[in-house]
Design a protein around this ligand. Structure first.
Ligand SMILES: Nc1ncnc2c1ncn2[C@@H]1O[C@H](COP(=O)(O)OP(=O)(O)O)[C@@H](O)[C@H]1O
Ligand SMILES: O=C(CO)[C@@H](O)[C@H](O)COP(=O)(O)O
Length: 465
């Protein structure tokens, strides 16, 4: 029974799963936390990965490994392969103005959609490079190579064998803002527009191509971004929309052709199978509920019970969830807001309900944006840490107006990476068929009035002080 391993190096933590290569059954797991913050030293990810690998019993008996990771992070390496500065993460918004400048310099959003399938916002790597050029010119000048979080960890697992050995995949490359999902080529002109000079970029491998191996001899897959990894781990097919409620909120679907959205709401990413992954991401998701728990002094389980004890719509109480600014809609300087506060609604149950409903309404808008591009939405697959909440599952179905399928709690990004590793090991045109078990469907009565109330107030927010 050959074993494979998958990694999810996400915003808040690193997860490792060791799986049976033929069936996908998880035989061992490991976990380690990441530092807080929107800029993190890549060495911290490496340390967490080593800890999670040890907790998973090591990798000496696995035949192949692949790394999934948070997308877009700017990892700058000097000519010696040393990290130039802490990586700016996807949720760092300091490059918001750089994004606007890059859009203007290319002549508006349409040329960006035509070139790379997305409109720059602060999350995307190319805007972070422009920030680096203007804010830290010495660090920009020292930068000899730029890669993404998952690329860096793949490279370290291979023993950091020189900058020319850096590899990546289509899925994560498509989130940089200088790689085209349509052509499959880098747009080095856009990289240079951002950073001011060219650099070494990771070679983009095919979905099941191994470019490196570990000292143990285990093959290393190309890895991928966490959302492409989740889609692969879930076996998402056309008609499925994966709604992930982790640090980020994400609605994404599998498509057979590249998409472009000049409004910037939908990013036309690539997936991890050779297809495409139209995707909408929000900055505010599970951590909105973390904040609600802090405000109310309750656990997630108690928050869920409180939310379900209040009526749909919370009596008109609405929480607009822009606690970290927001990416979609592009409001990097916005703050959250509470509307409809009355004596009747000023209580823990109504606030809990409003927090869950507000966060999910933001994701319902994301699903609508994916649907508006012609992507079919036939099944919602709900994953991410907050999918463990019964209130989230039931209110998601009510607000989205669709049943939601929730697989048993698990690490589906890491499972997707492990499935990629099994694909690298087995070869072939398609990944091995790994059945998804324990899927529970939740269906609640639709509550369109909740979305209508949210839409009437979501623009009423104050800027960050
Ligand atoms: N039962 C729960 N209800 C709501 N949120 C939860 C629950 N369990 C975990 N979470 C939240 O899920 C988040 C972690 O989800 P995860 O998908 O692992 O994040 P990421 O992959 O972005 O690091 C944390 O913010 C955590 O508080
Ligand atoms: O920016 C995006 C997608 O474009 C986020 O999905 C990041 O990839 C972080 O993901 P999580 O840490 O929430 O898994």
């Amino acid at each position: 029974m050959p074993l494979v391993a998958g990694v999810d190096s996400s915003t808040q933590s690193c997860k490792v799963v060791v799986c049976d290569a033929e069936t996908g059954v998880v035989v061992r797991t490991g976990h380690a936390s990441h530092p807080e913050g929107t800029e993190v030293a890549p060495e911290a990810w490496w340390d967490a990965l080593q800890t999670a690998i040890a907790a998973a019993g090591g990798l000496d008996d696995v035949a192949a490994v692949a790394v999934g990771g948070q997308q877009h992070g700017m990892v700058c390496l000097d000519s010696s392969g040393d990290v130039v500065r802490p990586a700016l993460l996807w949720n760092d918004t300091r490059s918001a103005q750089a994004a606007l400048d890059l859009i203007d310099e290319l002549g508006g959003p349409q040329p960006w959609v035509d070139a790379v399938g997305l409109v720059p916002v602060a999350s995307f790597t190319v805007t972070k490079l422009r920030w680096l050029r203007d804010a830290e010119p010495d660090n920009a000048a020292r930068t000899a190579a730029v890669c993404l979080p998952h690329d860096y960890l793949t490279w370290r697992l291979a023993g950091a064998p020189g900058l020319d050995a850096l590899v990546t995949d289509r899925g994560d490359a498509s989130g940089t803002g200088y790689w085209s999902p349509s052509s499959g080529e880098y747009r080095r002109d856009l990289l240079t527009l951002g950073l001011g000079h060219d650099v070494v970029l990771p070679r983009v491998l095919g979905p099941a191509e191994s470019g490196l191996s570990m000292p143990s001899g285990a093959l290393l897959g190309p890895g991928t971004g966490d959302n492409a990894g989740a889609a692969l781990g879930l076996g998402a097919v056309a008609g499925d929309v994966v709604v992930s409620i982790g640090t980020s909120g994400v609605a994404c679907a599998v498509a057979d052709a590249p998409v472009g959205d000049v409004t910037g709401a939908v990013a036309g990413f690539a997936d991890a199978t050779g297809r495409f992954l139209p995707l909408v991401a929000t900055l505010n998701a599970a951590r909105v509920l973390d904040a609600a728990c802090r405000m109310l002094g309750v656990s997630h389980e108690e928050l869920s019970e409180l939310a379900l004890s209040a009526p749909a719509g919370a009596g008109g109480l609405v929480l607009v969830p822009y606690l970290e600014g927001e990416r979609t809609p592009n409001k990097p300087d916005a703050t959250g807001a509470i509307h409809g506060l009355r004596l009747e609604t000023a209580n823990p149950a109504y606030l809990a309900r409003a927090a869950v409903e507000g966060m999910i309404c933001g994701l319902a808008d994301a699903v609508d944006a994916v649907r508006a591009l012609g992507t079919p939405v036939e099944r919602i697959i709900l994953v991410g840490g907050a999918a463990r909440s019964r209130a989230v599952r039931e209110i998601a179905s009510a607000v989205l107006g669709l049943p939601v399928s929730v697989p048993e709690p698990g690490e589906y990004v890491a499972r997707g990476a492990a499935r990629q590793a099994a694909w690298v090991l087995a070869g072939g045109a398609e990944p091995p068929q790994w059945p998804l078990s324990g899927v529970v469907s939740t269906e609640a009565e639709a509550t369109p009035s909740v979305r209508a109330r949210y839409a009437s107030v979501r623009e009423l927010t104050a800027s960050r002080p």
